[in-house]
Every structure is written in C-alpha cells, then in structure tokens.
Design a binder for this molecule. Structure first.
Ligand code: GLC
Length: 591
C-alpha cells in the first residue's frame, strides 16, 4: 500500500488557479462514545454462496471457517451471517424450522462452534441473522398450531383469523404479501373442513408470529440466549419493523414493503412500526447487555422516512439500523448529499451512528445497478436475460467510486460478500433456475433476487471457480468471473480487492468511522459530492466533466484513471465516475 501511495505524486496545485471550494458548516458531530459498532465495517456472508466444502453446490459453515482469514484480512470488524438454521429453504433460509439447529446443508452446531473459535482467533465478531417476524410452516410450533383448534393456545402463537364472506371464502383483510399475492392462506382444519386463514407477510411457507402473545417473546429471548451463549457477537434482526400488528388488522392500501404511497403514510401502516415493537428491542438490548464484549443488534427496518428509522436505534433499543434510503439513492450528487445529511442528523439526534450500505442479498449488486441502462423495476428485483444489459465497465467504475465515498463517511458500513472482487449480478440466469419465491408468486412478473446471490469465484480454474471441488452450484456463475476470482486478484496491487484492503486500512487508521463530516462545495461543479472527515477530503465526481482537485496528497483513488492533468494549466483533475481521498495534512484547500 505504501509503495502505491508513494507513486501518486503530491498534488502541488496553485490554489488560485482552481475554482473555489468552500466548506459548509459542520453537518455532523461525532456521537458520544467510541464503541466498536459506532465505526464498524461489517461484512455480510451469505452462507449458501460463500464456500462449499461438501461439493453439494451449497456453501457451508466449514467453508466459512476455512476462508475466514481472507475476509478478516480485508480489515473488517464483524460478519453478518445470513441464516444457517434448520429450514426447508423456501426463502433461502429465511423460513426457519428450528432456531436452535444448524441446517444439515450448512453443517452442525459443532461447525458453528468451530467457526466462532476461528473468528475469535482472528478478532472478528459473528452476528447471527435472527428471523423473528415469521418462521417456516414446518416449525413444530406452526405444525402444532395447524393441528390445534381455532382459539387454542397453540394457534395463538401465530395470527389466525376467520375468513370474510358467508363461508369464510375471502381473506380476513386486503393485506398483500411482499412476494406477491394475498398475505393470507387458508388451512384445512383437522376435521377436513376449510378453516381459518393465517397471516404471512412473505411467502405462504412463512407464517407470522403473534407478538401480542408473551409466549412468543419468551421463546425468542431463549433463542437469543442460545446463540449469545455460543459466542454470537449479536444479531441482525430480519424485518425488524413488522413484528407487531394493529390487533384489529384493518385493511391497508399501502404497498407491501411500506414504500411511500400517496394517502397511505408509513406511520399509519397497521403492520409496520407499531409502538409496541420497540418494547421487543428494549428487552433484547437488556439481554445483550448482560453479556460481555458489546454484543449488538442491527435492525433490518424498512422504515420511511429515515427520521422514523432512528426510533429503532434509540439508546435503549438497537445499536444500528440499515440505511436503505442511502442504498436506494441513485447516481445523483444532490440526492446523495441530502440523504447523507438527513441520515446523520436523524441518527445524531438519538445518539446512534448512521450506517451505510450499497449491496446485500436482496438487491442487485451496486456494480450491476450503477451500470444498468435503466433501474430494475423494483428495488428488490434483478435484471434478466430479456432486459437491457448493464455496462459492467461503467458499473464497476461507479461502484468503486461509490464504495470509496461510502467508506469515507462517519458511522458504520456494511459490505456484501464478493463486492470486494467487483462482482456484479448474474443477469443471464435462465428463468427456470430461479428460486426466489417472489418469481413464482408473481407468475414471473418479478424476477426476484437470485442474480445477486450466485456462488463466489475463488479460483481462476475449475467448473465452479473454486466454490467447491465438485463443480456443482445452486445457481450458475456468469461468464467472465474467472478473472474476477479471488485467486486472480489476491496479489495484484491494482485489483479491486487491493483497493478494498487499502481503503479499509486507511479508514481504520484514520478512524473515519468516528469522525466528523463537513460538506465541501465547489459551486462550479454541482455534480461533485465532496466532504471532509478527519482531515481527509472525499471527492466523488458524478458528473460528465472532469473537476479540478484542491491541494493535497491523494491517499487512494477509485481507479488508476481517476486523476488526469489539464494539459493547459497543469491542474490535476478528477475524472467522471471517480472518487479520491485527498489528505489535507499540511495544506488548506482554497476557500
Ligand atoms: C428480509 C431478508 C430477505 C427475506 C425476508 C423475509 O428482508 O433480507 O432475504 O426474504 O426478510 O424473511
């Protein structure tokens, strides 16, 4: 890293020859405390696609243990591990049939313990992805509920209701499933008659728990303790906004994902953000606090607007919440500035860090998204072979620029496995291989999320590029991944992997996560997004013209071509679709 940095010449720019940069007053002051989660970088492992040691085409826990040192060497603090619990895998493990067991697909509890031992050795925490809104219809509690009589204690663990209409032939209300279709499924009672309906905000195989029933809360406290006792560093909490429903279950005309809908504000949604949901997290926070090592809770709370999301991270609730509005903001300097400002203000107000994220297992990877000619029809949907294909060169350039900007922000950041290799989606997946339930539930209208979930490429050769030895894969990898494999990048100082390592080391070394943000404006270039954090200028060019750079030393650039020099004036320029970090040490930018 030092060698590369010294190759980038000091930018001796005549301050008077470049258009003026001005600081805006402090937008954000660091929140109180320096706990690890206020500045953390957390790397998401999606186990089924990480590394497969058995050759069955699905990644496993021993695969994670084996390769964890490579992830740790990126310079991350923790892993968010997507579900590995016993599950029929109807929603890739987010349909849990036993919260205290490892699915044989992924290994055993002993494998989990070995993974924790290795993580401890490497100084990396493992956050378990807990799914409290719903389980699988194959969970013993749901099987018991189904078999029991209406109104029984067993049924009361879930949300069962009689149907509407003379013969109960209509669902109890108009709620829609996130994956398409009604959010209600009717069961056949033990006596063979058509019976009650159960609520499922997701697939019909994922019945929602009844969080008004204290027995549900007790069960989950016990599950949390099970994993905390085994060394989990905390939890990523799935669908953390939806656990508690308005008891009368009134009709609702808003969208299933709670996105802003005219006339149907999120704050009135009967299934999202009900006040009692916060009591759940107060209890969980207290449970975590009983354990040593600062165990944490991170909310997947798809809450609008961002100011409302801050309620999930009040001092006695969760520690972090994913910043989806940031993820969904496109290639737009003003929009990014606005959401970053609003996020920092909203989270500052409750003394919590903001988090930042660009990719995860539910959205097209940012290398694909930012190279796509038109955005995917819905945030959760990928691109398919019938869509206009993304420009992957542009996508990768912008993805690295966006990552470099994100990692310069104060607060916590999340990375999704494979983004450090510059991977995009498989946008050519044959439809018949799609497994996301939203594809089938919408009759193929929505492509679903499979494209971003493809098994990782570890080596340049072999049928599955080192994902396993057998060549099998639960989804096929796209063409061209051999050169993006870890092996191809491992010792290449110009690789995307080296760029991530370098950036993460600088971020950690300069403690940017705990820093302060001041916006930096160059009025002549409105499509420049600039800010200063801890003496580093972060400059991202989202426009079409090169932008003159202020005085300083370039610490890291998103590509080898990020900086050019104006042939007339000799002024260094930041190329379009690029980001740089410039050190201010020993110099003052033009005011
Ligand atoms: C969350 C998960 C997603 C899953 C859904 C239902 O949004 O991230 O993958 O399908 O919850 O559990």
């Amino acid at each position: 890293m030092i060698e590369r940095m010294s190759q980038i010449p000091e930018l001796a720019v005549n301050q008077h020859s470049i258009p003026g940069y001005t600081f805006e007053s402090a937008t954000h002051s660091p929140s109180s405390g320096d706990e690890w989660w206020r500045r953390s970088v957390i790397y998401q492992i999606y186990p089924r696609s990480f590394r497969d040691t058995t050759g069955n085409g699905i990644g496993d826990l021993p695969g994670i243990t084996r390769e964890l040192h490579r992830v740790a060497s990126l310079g991350i603090d923790a892993i968010w591990l997507s579900p590995f619990f016993a599950s029929p895998q109807k929603d890739a493990g987010y349909d849990v049939s036993d919260y205290r067991a490892v699915d044989p697909l992924f290994g055993t509890l002993e494998d989990f313990d070995n993974m924790i031992t290795e993580a401890d050795r490497l100084g990396v925490k493992i956050l378990v992805d807990i799914v409290p809104n719903h389980c699988s219809d194959e969970h013993t509690l749901f099987k018991a509920a189904r078999a029991a009589a209406p109104g029984s204690a067993a049924r009361n663990m879930f949300i069962f209701r009689d149907g509407q209409g003379e013969n109960g032939q209509l669902p109890p209300n108009n709620w829609q499933s996130h994956f398409g279709g009604s959010a209600w499924t009717r069961i056949t009672e033990a006596d063979g008659t058509e019976g009650q309906y159960y609520l499922h905000l997701f697939d019909s195989s994922q019945p929602d728990f009844n969080w008004d029933n204290p027995a549900v809360g007790d069960e989950f406290e016990s599950v949390l303790r099970f994993w905390l006792d085994r060394g989990a560093g905390g939890f990523r909490v799935d669908v953390a906004h939806a656990l508690v429903k308005e008891p009368e279950l009134p009709n609702w005309g808003g969208t299933a994902d709670g996105a802003p809908t005219p006339g149907f504000p999120f704050s009135e949604a009967p299934m999202f953000g009900r006040p009692a949901v916060h009591d759940v997290y107060r209890r969980w926070r207290a449970v975590c606090a009983e354990y040593d090592g600062e165990r944490v809770l991170c909310a997947e709370a798809n809450v609008h607007p961002i100011e409302a999301m801050a309620d999930w991270v009040r001092p006695d609730e969760m520690h972090q919440s994913f910043n989806f509005p940031f993820l969904h903001t496109g290639w737009d300097a003003a929009a990014l500035k606005a959401i970053i400002t609003r996020s920092l203000r909203a989270f500052d107000a409750v003394g919590a860090p903001s988090t930042w994220v660009l990719s995860n297992h539910d959205v097209p990877r940012h290398a694909t998204r930012l190279g796509a000619p038109v955005p995917a029809p819905r945030p959760g949907d990928g691109l398919g072979p019938d869509d206009k294909q993304p420009d992957m060169q542009l996508g990768l350039a912008r993805a690295k620029a966006a990552t470099l900007m994100m990692l310069g922000l104060p607060g916590g950041a999340y990375l999704f496995q494979g983004e450090e290799l510059g991977l995009g989606d498989n946008t050519q997946l044959p439809h018949e291989l799609r497994q996301d339930p939203s594809y089938a539930r919408t009759g193929g209208e929505r492509l679903g999320r499979d494209g971003c979930r493809v098994p990782l490429p570890w080596s340049t050769g072999g049928e599955s590029l080192g994902f396993n030895d057998s060549g099998a894969g639960w989804l096929p990898q796209p063409a061209g991944w051999a050169e993006l494999s870890r092996e191809a990048q491992e010792s290449d100082p110009d690789s995307t992997l080296a760029f991530y390592r370098e950036t993460l080391a600088l971020r950690r070394g300069r403690e940017l996560g705990l820093g302060n943000l001041n916006w930096l404006v160059n009025e002549a270039y409105p499509e420049l997004l600039g800010f200063e954090n801890s003496g580093i200028l972060v400059l991202m060019n989202l426009g079409r013209l090169p932008v003159p750079l202020p005085t300083g030393t370039v610490l890291v650039a998103s590509s080898a071509t990020a900086i050019t020099v104006d042939s007339d004036s000799g002024v260094p320029l930041l190329a379009p679709d690029s980001t740089v970090w410039v050190s201010l040490e020993g110099s003052t930018p033009t005011a």
